[in-house]
Design a protein around this ligand. Structure first.
Ligand code: HEM
Length: 521
């Protein structure tokens, strides 16, 4: 055969192979993108190749804005199908159906369906990510850490951190001629609170600018392109993430936490240190494991669960409490101060109530007094309505499930999304949602609203386990700051706030700058 002919033949062969591949891909996408249509479920029209996630994947839209968009495009429907890349997910809008999923029919929606690879990412096997029997066993063991009795015992330690927070704000205000980037200051505060009150560790984030804890916490949440894409891969394309050996958090961050947890456990065990904190719970679990002849497997485990209490598994629980503990509460506090700066009347009213409580308790804050400042409770609820740290809840259907009152059947493995922020900002449930109005959380107002339209901590058996701890540190930090300082907007305050497309939590772009002056000056 002449060389020209063989080249032509090779080209024709390659073109035919490419055409076949394109045809197969076309069939694949057509099949994937017709999932909801084939089931007769109303849905958003997906587009090649991102489904309904184009703007999000290209990091032009925040998670909060994405779910808001889904919610309103499915207006008038109790639920609807969307495509997260090629993966179908059901977005639920109807509060009654939400109640079924989170509470009544929880047995069919126990998991979040998040990819966990313990060998590659030892810290990924934590309470938030785990499902099935392992989650159930861990949850029941860890729940006693957060009873109100335990919170009371931790209050003294939290109070110490709050006093340091007040000093740090004063120092930062002096340094910035009254202007303070409050988000970072509050993240240092909550890092120290969770470190010292839950783990008995001196994190020193507020005292030392080089605190390793703050640096590691910052890196674990840093809204960088790399971390965002890796997190998206584990959520949207778990098999690809596994293939690419995606690491979250990065190895040095992971090693840091693994070492700290192990060293602390060893130290406490060797020196017989006992405290009433989260670490004690881990130590107890570790002791029980060591005492077991089976080498760590508890009775009843192994059936569908295999809860082996390795040091890594215990460290993963410490890690999630640490991460979930500081960023969510510091965000709640900084959004509150931002809104109070924009609404000086509300700020004045709140300060009056705080001052009255302090006076009643001889100039001090006690656990009971902080927990019972009624207007502070309303203010924080309103902040978490406008700015829930998690803009949506995720569940995975773990059994075939017929949606009540319909003939729509969800297959096991279907992802379900509950758009918390969109519900909490729907004028049908919260009139004039843009207005910051703590009075929405009066007893009468609450009673008039349908249930399951306000879910900043989720609901059902997978409700936030650290809710009490988060509320207490948020209340105490805000009470101490508002007792001493006045917060106002300044030339560096971002208005309106924009939500960061690189973050999975609700955070604003560009920090939160406020003008801080001592009360009475
Ligand atoms: C203002 C503060 C906080 C907010 C708004 C918040 C919000 C949430 C939400 C929405 C969930 C998911 C619930 C669901 O799917 O139904 C969650 C789960 C969780 N949170 Fe929080 N959280 C906060 C503080 C904390 C703190 C302080 C800790 C730990 C010390 C914590 C630890 C966790 C854990 C471990 C889970 C997973 C629970 C499970 O799946 O069993 N959170 N949180």
């Amino acid at each position: 055969m002449l060389p020209m002919e063989s080249i032509a033949l090779a080209c024709a062969g390659a073109a035919a192979a490419l055409a076949a591949l394109a045809g197969l891909l076309g069939l694949y996408f057509r099949r994937r993108f017709s999932y909801w249509a084939r089931r007769g479920v109303p849905h958003l029209q997906p587009r090649f190749p991102f489904g309904n996630m184009r703007e999000r994947v290209l990091l032009r839209q925040s998670a909060l804005d994405l779910f808001h968009d889904f919610y309103w495009r499915l207006d008038g429907r109790p639920f609807g199908g969307v495509y997260q890349l090629t993966r179908p997910a059901l977005l639920v809008r109807d509060p009654q159906l939400i109640k079924h999923i989170l509470v009544k029919d929880f047995a069919c929606f126990q998991d979040r369906g998040i990819f966990v690879d313990e060998r590659l990412n030892p810290l990924s096997a934590h309470l938030f990510n785990l499902g099935g029997a392992r989650w159930r066993q861990l949850r029941s063991k860890l729940t006693p850490t957060f009873t109100s009795g335990k919170m009371k015992l931790m209050f003294g330690c939290m109070h110490e951190c709050a006093r340091e927070l007040a000093l740090l704000v004063r120092a930062e205000a002096a340094r910035g001629r009254g202007r303070v980037e409050i988000k970072e200051v509050l993240a240092k505060f909550t890092t120290d609170v969770i470190g010292s009150c839950a783990f008995g560790l001196r994190c020193n984030s507020m005292r030392s600018p080089d605190s390793q804890f703050r640096a590691m916490g910052r890196r674990a949440f840093a809204p960088t392109l790399g971390l965002t894409l890796r997190t998206m891969a584990t959520i949207l394309m778990p098999s690809v993430a596994a293939l690419l050996k995606v690491r979250i958090p990065e190895r040095d961050v992971s090693d840091f936490f693994l070492n700290v947890v192990k060293e602390t456990m060893d130290y406490r065990e060797q020196n017989n240190v006992e405290r009433n904190d989260f670490f004690q719970m881990l130590l107890q679990m570790r002791k029980e494991r060591q005492a077991r002849p089976s080498g760590g497997r508890a009775s009843g485990e192994g059936v569908g669960g295999d809860l082996e209490l390795t040091d890594n598994l215990l460290a993963a629980q410490a890690f999630v409490f640490f991460l979930a503990g500081f960023e969510t509460s510091s965000a709640a506090m900084s959004f509150t101060l931002h809104e109070l700066a924009l609404n000086p009347d509300i700020q004045r009213k709140l300060r009056r109530e705080i001052n009255a409580v302090v006076e009643k308790h001889d100039g001090n804050f006690t656990y009971e007094s902080v927990m019972n400042i009624e207007y502070l409770e309303k203010v924080i609820c309103e902040t978490l309505r406008k700015y829930p740290p998690l803009s949506a809840l995720v569940r995975e259907c773990n059994a075939t499930y017929t949606i009540p009152g319909t003939d729509v059947v969800l297959e096991s493995g279907t992802r379900v999304l509950i758009p918390v922020h969109a519900l909490q900002n729907d004028p049908a449930f919260f009139p004039e949602p843009q207005r910051y109005d703590p009075e929405r959380f009066g007893e009468r107002e609450r009673a008039q609203r349908p249930t399951h339209t306000y879910l900043p901590f989720g609901d059902g058996p997978r409700l936030c386990i650290g809710m009490r701890f988060g509320q207490l540190q948020t209340k105490l930090g805000l009470a101490i700051l508002l007792h001493r300082y006045h917060f106002a907007t300044c030339d560096k305050t971002n208005m309106p706030l924009r939500f960061d497309p690189k973050s999975f939590l609700t955070t604003s772009v560009g920090g939160m700058w406020l003008k801080v002056t001592p009360v009475g000056s």
